[in-house]
Design a protein around this ligand. Structure first.
Ligand code: HEC
Ligand code: HEC
Ligand code: HEC
Ligand code: HEC
Ligand code: HEC
Length: 299
């Protein structure tokens, strides 16, 4: 009897030791199936999971509009959920309609169950029309979900060329570089260097049911006007590599890059005119040249 108890506790110790050493080498894991709970959903895709080792990139990303892709668009999205879907299209607000906005504004919506997708849509609506505490709580929740690292480095990788990329693997972090690490598996995905990676969200969206959403039209003018007239730069070249902008990816809300986009020249000529009395006057001719790779502003 005594001997049995001893061997049992010995066995427990062994289990403890082996599980500690296993977790030291454990790679980051990500969900492969649906999630029903908001807190679990937030934690699974949180960019903070990457911050510990990629601190600088995390800081840059935090300043980007990708980091606030839900709170920054409350008015427009809540309007679609309360007027567009139920009143204009006379449809129920189900996940199938919700993704028509959130597939881009929150790519991990793919992993939300029907009830969690509706819960998140509910926060969007309360953030616009809710009262006091209810509104504050909804906004606080929306601040925690966004286009996270995993959204670009995994979920949206296959969105561009599924025939080539095949089935993306949930545990893999895709990169256009050659970095490898014990923390997570990495796989080479050159699409991250191409404009089309950005265009899949910065352009027309074709929903699985065949309907399309026109949220922004900027990439249309990139393809037809800019590339069509001999422009050769990628989105990444102007928005990431230039001036080491990296993951800040600045746009219309950043004065520095806005100035880069517009060339302003004016010709001013002074003269006098009048009938009877000669009044001084000026003739101003202003030339605005768009130097961005697309139409500005977008919308
Ligand atoms: C194809 C991807 C995609 C889809 C689908 C999409 N959006 Fe957007 N949305 C974007 C992008 C990209 C921007 C940023 C555009 C820009 O600044 O040029 C944006 C910006 C916005 C903004 C402006 C936010 C601001 O900072 O001013 C609102 C509001 C918005 N979207 C609402 C919606 C609504 C409502 C839907 C669903 C009917 C929707 N979006 C669907 C990609 C998308
Ligand atoms: C909007 C999409 C997007 C988001 C969000 C995003 N990345 Fe990236 N990331 C890219 C692209 C595109 C590149 C490739 C740039 C290149 O090499 O051409 C890249 C490159 C990288 C690289 C490798 C090379 C480098 O630039 O140093 C690392 C590491 C990286 N990202 C980590 C992260 C982390 C960590 C986060 C979250 C804090 C994040 N990314 C969020 C699109 C994104
Ligand atoms: C425990 C540390 C750790 C964590 C957590 C971590 N990484 Fe990494 N990651 C590394 C190391 C180390 C490398 C290899 C060196 C390098 O390229 O930066 C790497 C490489 C990468 C690369 C390839 C960079 C290249 O040059 O090709 C990408 C992209 C990347 N990580 C993204 C992420 C994302 C996204 C997350 C969060 C989901 C994450 N990492 C979490 C340590 C970590
Ligand atoms: C998963 C979809 C997605 C991908 C991929 C994506 N974006 Fe975005 N991007 C958005 C959305 C949505 C917004 C607007 C967020 C908001 O304001 O609500 C945005 C905002 C921006 C802005 C800021 C616009 C402003 O008004 O200030 C810039 C610049 C930008 N993205 C550039 C890029 C570039 C460059 C790439 C490719 C390297 C890229 N994005 C990839 C969805 C995406
Ligand atoms: C030749 C450089 C260049 C290229 C290429 C380029 N951009 Fe821009 N982009 C700019 C400049 C400069 C601005 C700032 C002008 C402004 O918003 O007034 C800008 C602004 C933006 C904005 C904010 C628009 C707004 O309404 O204010 C978004 C979003 C954006 N770019 C995304 C992209 C995407 C996606 C691509 C690739 C399809 C791309 N850009 C290619 C230079 C470029």
């Amino acid at each position: 009897m005594k001997f049995k108890a001893f061997s049992f506790s010995f066995f427990l110790c062994f289990l403890l030791i082996s599980s500690v050493s296993a977790s030291e080498n454990a790679k980051l894991t990500f969900p492969s199936g649906p999630i029903d709970n908001f807190e679990t959903f937030v934690k699974a895709f949180d960019s903070k999971r990457c911050a510990e080792c990629h601190e600088d990139i995390y800081e840059e990303w935090s300043k980007s509009y990708h980091a606030r892709s839900m709170v920054s668009s409350i008015k427009g999205i809540a309007n679609f959920f309360t007027v567009g879907v139920p009143k204009e299209w006379e449809k129920e607000l189900k996940k199938q309609e919700i993704i028509k906005c959130l597939d881009c504004h929150l790519p991990q919506i793919k992993f939300a169950t029907e009830s969690l997708a509706q819960e998140i849509a509910g926060y969007m609506i309360k953030a616009k029309i809710g009262k006091n505490k209810e509104k504050e709580n909804a906004i606080a929740k929306l601040k925690r979900i966004n286009i996270s690292c995993y959204g670009c480095h995994n979920i949206k990788i296959a969105g561009t060329a599924p025939g080539i990329t095949g089935h993306i693997k949930p545990g893999v972090i895709y990169t256009a570089g050659e970095g490898e690490s014990d923390a997570h598996e990495t796989e080479y995905a050159p699409i991250l260097k191409r404009s089309f990676f950005c265009i899949q969200c910065h352009g027309v969206y074709i929903a699985p049911d065949g309907e399309s959403t026109y949220c922004n039209t900027l990439s249309g003018s990139y393809v037809h006007s800019y590339l069509g007239h001999g422009g050769r730069k990628t989105c990444q070249e102007c928005h990431m590599y230039r001036k080491s902008r990296g993951h800040k990816m600045p746009g219309g809300h950043n004065l520095e890059i806005v100035k880069e986009g517009i060339d302003f020249q004016a010709e001013i000529r002074a003269f006098r005119y009048g009938v009877g009395k000669w009044a001084p006057a000026v003739n101003v001719e202003a030339f605005l040249t768009n130097k961005a790779g697309h139409r500005i502003p977008d919308g």
